[in-house]
Structure formats: structure tokens, C-alpha cells
Design a protein around this ligand. Structure first.
Ligand SMILES: Cc1cc2nc3c(=O)[nH]c(=O)nc-3n(C[C@H](O)[C@H](O)[C@H](O)COP(=O)(O)OP(=O)(O)OC[C@H]3O[C@@H](n4cnc5c(N)ncnc54)[C@H](O)[C@@H]3O)c2cc1C
Length: 384
């Protein structure tokens, strides 16, 4: 069988679609396979922090994506009565690095990325099951019994990636201990302008404005994995759960209908030792899925693509580019996975005594210390 494309990308999420655009920009031949039959853009919102905007600038997509985002100039953490625990100054960092933080609707981003790809280079409804890797090529085997031969394979099929689990059997997703509900709703009457996240003993509740008068909210509650009780949770259950929390949480919930709810358990993967396997490369959540507590999963996927594009331009061949990519990405993504996990564990505490101590410490912590985590994220130039 002849090689059917130089590069093949598995997965049409943020990582896969951005990688496709980057390959197109540097004039490389590729084909992308996605399991769903229609990429219509689902989900709620997410943050595109300044580091993701910097990566998008390298890829040449920043200006257009900025227009789809809502500028976030602060993101306070509150206690359940609504008192500020921490209010990191993202403004200072944005000015220093000349990049702003945005919130974007996942569907807006997906549809924009999709519009940049030639539809002839995309096949939908193809679920990759496994690979047959050889020195000179890789055969990707699909659920429908067909296969595709490629010189180089970019695996971007998310946290549950079957190809990653074939290459590293010990890389099954791990459950965080909490589940998450989210929704995007109309903001015309609510008129919320600021992003906030509330930490209390019944769970966490986050709110972020989006463009076109919308907001997205999310709620994280502790419980067993695949909890049948959670599966049937509706708005009334969430209203009860957060009944003691400050305004406007009840109002936000009352503006949401049951059919707008998206529910999933929060999972990540233990940091891997390798992303590059000769002619196969893992990127995005397939390589380093993290819990959403730093709002960095998609941001890291975009950083991956900026670094990969840079390596493909500068290295003498693709195998060296994949190896060098791994070297540049392993430590940074490990830091984010580990730190996000830790933040999630502390944020989800239920014991009132521990919470009282935590909140006191958060309030008295000098602003400089609060800034440290943000600095670590932004100060390190991931393009070096
Ligand atoms: C509640 C929540 C909040 C979040 N908030 C933020 C945030 O604020 N900021 C942020 O940066 N990140 C956030 N994230 C993380 C972010 O959503 C992910 O990191 C990001 O979507 C990863 O992109 P990806 O393309 O690697 O994977 P995915 O988005 O999972 O895309 C994978 C794609 O591959 C396809 N696919 C899967 N398996 C196969 C297969 N076998 N064959 C073919 N195709 C396949 C899927 O259908 C999908 O289209 C959040 C995540 C959650 C759950």
C-alpha cells in the first residue's frame, strides 16, 4: 500500500484542528480523521489565557480569535458568602507580556478553526482504534474496518485516546473525585461583567461572561465516578446543592433549563514520560490531559501546536522535530497537570474547619505569593 498522506491527525478538537491549520500554514500535506459525523461545535465556554493568545500569535491566528473572545480583566475566587479570598491581578501580567486573557465559547472556537480547513482534508465519522507502527510508516486502523497509511501520525484524540493507551497501556484516565455541570446561558437580564469562582463546602461554582451577551457557568461537586444520582441531576438539584451560596448563583441557575446542562466526571492522566514515539506524536489532552482548575487544557494544546510548528520549521526532519517537541513540552505540561490536580483537591475540601483555615490563609496571603503561580505560567517563554 502507498502512503496516503505525509501527516495524519486523529481528532478534530482544539488540538487537532489547530495542528491542521499550522501544517497548512507551513505547506505540509495532511489528512485529519474525526470520530463524530458532524463537527457542529458543542460544549460551554473556556478560558484562553494570555499564554494561549501568545501561542495563537505564533501560529498566525491571534487577531481573528481575539474577536471571538470576551476580555477577562480579573478572576476573583470568593467564599460561599461572596467575600473575596483572592483576586489575582491578571492585568499586570497582561501588560507585561502584551497578551490579554479571554473567555470563549468552545463552539465559536471550533467552528472558526474548522472554517480554516479545506474540507477535502477532513474525514468525519472515522473512529481510530489502533495503529500498526513500522519504521517508515504507520497504519491507522478504524472501527469501520478500513485503514489509512501515513508517514507521520499526530494523535489528538483527547483524554481517552485509544492510541495512547495502546502505546502506553498504563495511561488510563484517572478520576479526580468530582463531577462537573456546565451551561451557556443568556446574560441580557443578569448583566454579569466579571469572572468569579466560589469555593464552599458543597462544591465550587464558576461564572464567566462571553461575547454576544452570554455567560457560561460550571459547578463541581464531590462524589463517586459515574454516579447514577449525578447522572439524573437537574437544575432543581443544583439549586438545592448551592442554596446557601451568594448571589447571583441561584439567579444564574434559575435562568438555565435542564436541557442546557452538560455533565461529565472530571478526569486527567498521570503525566507521561514520552509524547514522541518515533513517527507518532501525542498532543493536547491525548498527551497531557489536566483537570480544569487552572483553565489550561486547551491553552496547553494550543501551545503544543505553536511549538510543533516551530520545530517542524527548524529541525532537519520530522522525527527530530517530534523528539525536540517532547523535550520542550514534558516539564511544562507536567507542572500544569500536577498543579491543577492539587488546586482541585484543595478547592473541593468539604471539612468546615479545614475550609476556615484555608480561607483565612488565602485572604492574608501577600499579593506577591498569589501572583507566583500566574508568574510561573506566563514568565516561562514556552517558545524558547
Ligand atoms: C469542565 C471543563 C472546563 C475546562 N475549562 C478549560 C479552560 O477554561 N481553559 C482551557 O484551556 N481548557 C479548559 N478545559 C480543557 C479543554 O477542554 C481540553 O483540554 C481541550 O478541549 C483539549 O483539546 P483536545 O483537542 O486535545 O481534545 P478534545 O477536545 O477532547 O478533542 C478530541 C477530539 O478527538 C475526537 N476523537 C476522540 N477519540 C477519537 C478516535 N478514536 N478517533 C477519531 N477521533 C476521536 C473527539 O471526538 C474530539 O473531537 C476544560 C475542560 C473541562 C472538562
Amino acid at each position: 500500500m502507498q502512503t496516503q498522506s505525509e501527516f495524519t491527525i486523529i481528532g478534530g478538537g482544539v488540538a487537532g484542528l489547530t495542528a491542521a491549520i499550522a501544517l497548512k500554514k507551513i505547506g505540509r500535506d495532511f489528512h485529519l480523521f474525526e470520530q463524530v459525523k458532524e463537527l457542529k461545535g458543542i460544549g460551554a465556554g473556556f478560558g484562553l489565557a494570555a499564554n494561549a493568545m501568545q501561542a495563537l500569535e505564533h501560529i498566525g491566528l491571534k487577531d481573528e480569535i481575539e474577536c471571538l473572545g470576551y476580555y477577562i480583566d480579573s478572576f476573583a475566587i470568593l467564599d460561599e458568602k461572596g467575600k473575596i479570598l483572592v483576586n489575582p491581578n491578571t492585568h499586570v501580567l497582561s501588560e507585561k507580556y502584551d497578551q490579554k486573557n479571554f473567555a470563549i465559547h468552545r463552539a465559536d472556537l471550533h467552528l472558526y478553526l474548522l472554517s480554516k480547513i479545506d474540507q477535502t482534508q477532513l474525514t468525519l465519522g472515522k473512529k481510530a482504534l489502533k495503529v500498526d507502527q513500522k519504521e517508515e510508516f504507520v497504519d491507522v486502523l478504524f472501527e469501520d474496518g478500513t485503514s489509512h497509511r501515513t508517514k507521520f501520525l499526530i494523535v489528538a484524540d483527547g483524554v481517552k485516546s485509544p492510541i495512547r493507551q495502546q502505546l502506553i497501556p498504563d495511561s488510563k484516565p484517572r478520576y479526580s473525585g468530582y463531577s462537573c455541570w456546565r451551561a451557556t446561558i443568556d446574560n441580557t437580564d443578569l448583566k454579569l461583567k466579571k469572572g468569579t469562582e466560589t469555593w464552599g463546602n458543597k462544591g465550587r461554582f464558576g461564572l464567566t461572561p462571553l461575547i454576544n451577551d452570554r455567560i457560561y457557568w460550571y459547578a463541581c461537586i464531590n462524589g463517586p465516578q459515574k454516579n447514577p444520582v449525578f447522572k439524573n441531576y437537574n437544575i432543581r438539584d443544583l439549586q438545592k446543592q448551592f442554596s446557601t451560596y451568594h448571589r447571583p448563583i441561584q439567579e444564574v441557575l434559575s435562568f438555565t433549563t435542564d436541557d442546557q446542562l452538560i455533565w461529565s466526571d472530571i478526569i486527567d492522566i498521570k503525566p507521561l514520560k514520552h509524547f514522541s514515539f518515533h513517527n507518532i506524536l501525542l498532543i493536547g489532552d491525548a498527551a497531557h490531559a489536566c483537570t480544569p482548575n487552572m483553565g489550561q487544557g486547551a491553552c496547553q494544546a494550543i501551545e503544543d501546536v505553536a511549538v510543533l510548528m516551530n520545530e517542524l520549521i527548524n529541525q532537519k526532519n520530522v522525527i527530530s522535530a517530534f523528539k525536540s517537541f517532547e523535550k520542550r513540552r514534558i516539564q511544562r505540561t507536567k507542572y500544569i497537570t500536577d498543579t491543577s490536580k492539587l488546586i482541585g483537591e484543595i478547592a473541593q475540601w468539604e471539612n468546615r474547619a479545614f475550609i476556615a483555615i484555608r480561607n483565612k490563609l488565602m485572604k492574608i496571603m501577600p499579593a506577591k505569593m498569589n501572583q507566583r503561580a500566574l508568574n510561573k505560567l506566563f514568565e516561562q517563554d514556552f517558545m524558547k
